[in-house]
Design a protein. Structure first.
Length: 292
């Protein structure tokens, strides 16, 4: 059975209102093929008839994530026709593709194959992706790589909501932001090794300006898009490191960036891919401070 549980927004319509707060009294709610709605109520030994509630699927799926495959693991059924996204749970480039796949609701269509990069299985390089990096996507008997190409590919070649608006001015700005990524990344990383955070300040000022361009929403292109996906995994890592090590809070005095971070944290397709900030901080400290 697929290890998948579906999230629901539950609207309680109880009368009289003094019965509230009822949500705490309900232990779980689940759907099965036989019983479309099972309502488990604490204090009710059996499955009870649901009270007056409406339950609305909000279209997101919380997956049980598979364990990462290592050198002792058998390969999945490569080229069996099932699209597969090879990732590492800790890689920000892979995270981009994982977010795109989640946002488009492709959890059941594109199988997630996590790889342990520190103890990589030989078959990954030999049979799947000779570049031996993540992410890679197996689709239509081909394996493609490069996160920026893959998020565009996933957006264009699979069903689900579009992550790239039609508006030509937004598309043009998206391309600008994609090109800007490398210099943003380099500026922030270089500040890790310097005494001042001037480069990082300038880099985040440029993000604040970019976020001010479209006013029809808190995201880079107004609505959530590939641009947010391209930047989010990196900002997720830069923020705790700059705060802890450089005492630089990227969101202070940058209201658009602060709002963007808040809104990103409402997007489940993204939040399920996030790592513990403490773990990210430790891994960045190991990576960047030991080289100083
Ligand atoms: N430009 C690539 C970068 C991918 C990349 O560097 N992935 C890292 C993990 S975060 C990797 O696979 N490293 C393994 C290696 O370089 O051997 C992309 O955007 O997909």
């Amino acid at each position: 059975m697929a290890a998948l549980s579906i999230g629901y927004q539950i609207h309680f319509h109880f009368n009289p209102p003094n019965l509230l707060p009822l949500p705490t009294k309900f232990s779980s709610l689940s759907f099965t093929a036989k019983h479309p709605l099972r309502w488990h109520h604490i204090g009710c030994p059996k499955i009870c008839a649901p009270p007056a509630v409406s339950v609305m699927a909000f279209g997101s799926s919380r997956e049980v994530l598979p364990p990462a495959l290592d050198s002792s693991s058998e390969p999945p059924a490569i080229f069996d026709g099932t699209p597969k996204l090879y990732i590492s749970y800790t890689c920000p480039y892979a995270q981009r593709t994982w977010i795109a796949r989640n946002y488009k609701g492709l959890q059941e269509k594109i199988k997630l194959v996590p790889i342990d990069l520190k103890n990589r299985p030989d078959w990954y390089k030999e049979k799947v992706y000779p570049a031996n990096k993540v992410p890679s996507l197996e689709h239509n008997n081909e394996v493609k790589g490069e996160s920026m190409d893959l998020i565009r590919y996933i957006n264009s070649n699979f069903e689900g909501p579009s992550l790239f608006p039609d508006d030509p001015s937004k598309r043009e700005f998206a391309e600008e932001m994609f090109s800007h990524f490398d210099s943003f990344y380099k500026a922030v990383i270089s500040s890790f090794k310097e005494d001042t955070v001037n480069d990082a300040i300038a880099a985040f000022d440029s993000i604040e300006t970019a976020l001010s361009k479209f006013v029809d929403g808190p995201f880079f292109l107004g609505t959530f898009s590939l641009v947010d996906i391209a930047y989010a995994p990196f900002i997720e890592r830069f923020q705790p490191f700059l705060l802890d090590v450089k005492n630089f809070d990227i969101a202070t005095g940058r209201s658009k960036l602060a709002a963007w971070i808040e809104e990103m944290n409402q997007i489940e397709a993204y939040t399920v891919t996030k790592r513990d900030p403490k773990e990210l901080l430790e891994s960045y400290k190991k990576r960047f401070l030991s080289q100083v």
